[in-house]
Design a protein around this ligand. Structure first.
Ligand SMILES: [Zn+2]
Length: 351
């Protein structure tokens, strides 16, 4: 049996995924890439109508199922207006602050599939011109996209084929450091997507028999609230979202352990499943942290809100400066991979 996890492969896969633009609403290319990664393994795969990818591995017990999900959609923006100076006024996709993308390079994708590059800037950027460059509010009124094309008017920008409704994606600026960090935008939740894809590949290529039929959903609308709240089979007992642990002052999570969520803004996660995950971590010498994320919701809580009668949980690698300049360490990825493997091999929680 090959060694699992292989963190170098996970890092490479994360690098590949974050480099494919996929703001919520425009995720086909990244879903194609996930599907290609798993092809030729003889897996049962299908796309749901929302565009997500559903993979099912039959297990020994076919009456009780499990589901694990990670999402590939990311934060981004959309062209709201073309300004009279030819620049673009963006509107947000997902929840972030404009200051976290100020100065970022971006791509504008037209509906014909043509891509232009640009930069997200405050209109008051030049300190030689604007006295309020530092104090001006970072908001939709002041933020604009400077396109790397010769255009000085709305008409010239329209001639490029750019229109209201075009998607804008942020440059991930991915870097893997010799000290074991990966820093990039969109580690939420492409780090966990890579982990799930690796796990599926490992189970399938090593012909590991799972105790229960297990579904894996690569969802594509999580950042806007409804990624993984459907396609849950009636046999599904446990539903585990694999997403990021939130770091900051007072948080227990860090960049080196797997974070097990006890509660987020949707309320507590299932107590029995949380205790089961903690026990698995203890039994397998996996470094973990139990934590509470104050301003957070996951696809598992979205599924509960949609009315599914399931046992729900949330785990993931700790992501520093989430929805901004994200970073994690390979040890957090390894601990998450180990916990997920132990979990899919474990008995279903006694409720
Ligand atoms: Zn996420």
């Amino acid at each position: 049996m090959s060694q699992f996890p292989q963190v170098k492969d996970t890092l490479q896969l994360i690098e590949k995924l974050v480099s494919i633009p996929s703001p919520s609403g425009n995720t086909r290319k990244v879903i194609d890439s996930c599907e290609q990664y798993l092809e030729n393994l003889g897996l049962e795969m299908k796309r749901n109508r929302k565009g997500g990818l559903l993979i099912t591995i039959p297990g020994k017990n076919k009456e009780q199922h499990r589901m694990l999900t990670a999402h590939v959609d990311t934060l981004g923006a959309m062209v709201k207006e073309i300004k009279s100076n030819g620049r673009l006024k963006p509107t947000m996709i997902g929840g972030f602050r404009w200051n976290s993308v100020e100065g970022e390079y971006c791509k504008i994708e037209t509906d014909s599939g043509k891509t232009y590059t640009g930069t997200i800037l405050m209109k008051q950027t030049s300190v030689h011109v604007y006295k309020d460059a530092g104090e001006a509010k970072r908001n939709e009124q002041n933020i604009e996209v400077r396109i790397d094309e010769i255009t000085k008017s709305e008409e010239e920008t329209r001639k490029l084929g750019i229109n209201v409704g075009d998607f804008v994606s942020f440059d991930p600026r991915v870097q893997i450091t010799p000290s074991g960090y990966i820093k990039s935008r969109h580690l939420d939740d492409k780090a966990s997507t890579a982990i799930l894809l690796q796990l599926i590949k490992h189970i399938q290529s090593e012909k590991i028999e799972l105790p229960y039929t297990t579904h894996f959903l690569i969802s594509n609308n999580e950042e806007i609230g409804y990624g993984g709240n459907a396609n849950i089979s009636p046999e599904t007992v446990e539903y585990l979202a694999v997403d990021m642990g939130a770091l900051g002052e007072g948080q227990a999570s860090d960049e080196y352990t797997v974070s097990i969520c006890a509660k987020d803004s949707s309320g507590p996660y299932h107590y029995g499943l949380r205790k089961h995950l903690v026990q698995l971590a203890k039994d397998n010498n996996i470094d973990y942290k139990v934590d509470i994320y104050p301003y957070y919701g996951s696809d598992a809580s979205a599924a509960i809100n949609a009315g599914h009668d399931i046992v729900h949980g949330l785990v993931g690698p700790g992501i520093e400066s989430s929805h901004a300049f994200e970073r994690t360490h390979e040890s957090s990825l390894i601990n998450t991979e180990k916990l997920l493997f132990a979990y899919v091999m474990s008995p279903i929680t006694e409720i």
